[in-house]
Write a protein that binds this ligand. Sequence first.
Ligand code: UTP
Length: 300
Amino acid sequence: MTSANPGISKAVIPAAGLGTRFLPATKATPKEMLPVVDKPAIQYVVEEAVAAGLSDVLMVTGRNKRPLEDHFDRNYELEEALTRKGDAERLAKVQESSDLAAMHYVRQGDPRGLGHAVLCAAPHVGDEPFAVLLGDDLIDPRDALLSRMVQVQARSGGSVVALMEVAPEQIHLYGSAAVESTDSDDVVRITGLVEKPEAADAPSNYAIIGRYILDPHVFEILRKTEPGRGGEIQLTDALQQLAEDEKVGGPVHGVVFRGRRYDTGDRGDYLRAIVRLACEREDLGPDFRTWLRSYVTEEM
Ligand code: UTP
């Protein structure tokens, strides 16, 4: 599942949102640190970037950034204690996250929106295409999405966003894309984008989900983008401009994702992610599935 594109090596992970949907858990902990089975949600996201060949990861952090940094750093005290006990298995788990990628951090002073968070990455990214992975969007590790997007970007240039078809009554929760088909079944050309439209105004049921490959021209646009919906600097507004004028930054394509995705910032989806991933784990799955089956038949 590694990328064949030497052009994209940097991943930006915005993780500076307030996580208000998950209060009080997120009062002192970033929502990206909430565990999904036994790993924080953010580790799945970093692993996904690495699996797609991106080994340089910049995390955009906000208040409470310490747990994020600590998780991807060494913990010598814990490592020594586990070494003394001869617990190689747990030692490997502790070391896994600190050996994953070259991690970098930048602080987003005020959470002024996703577009603003991406703009904070400009000095680190420089003048090359880069990936953006939202820290609270979990793509099932068995369903490759980012590597397909890297492939499409290598072929078409410009920017690539991930799309997922949603029910019309859900589209107001997402950015919605106006699309034209291409000769690939899972790729569309994007001609316009609207952030969180009412169902009646949505150009399609294709919702933008939290994976992007962006042309660096997006920074220029974001610098001039005024706060939009919710008073926030919206990445969708900048993408709309990229889609409108191909001369600046090339075309915008969408990869239609038909796999499993969870919004771990949403409590219902978070619970679904845990149940599904736990059921499928070799170590926990058999016992957990037995319990779940009897719980569902006896208690519900
Ligand atoms: P969300 O809107 O889902 O995040 O942003 P939020 O504001 O933390 O969530 P709620 O609605 O209050 O629960 C999508 C992604 O963009 C990041 C978030 O961390 C999340 O990964 N983000 C958002 C930033 O990094 N900075 C911002 O200013 C806003």
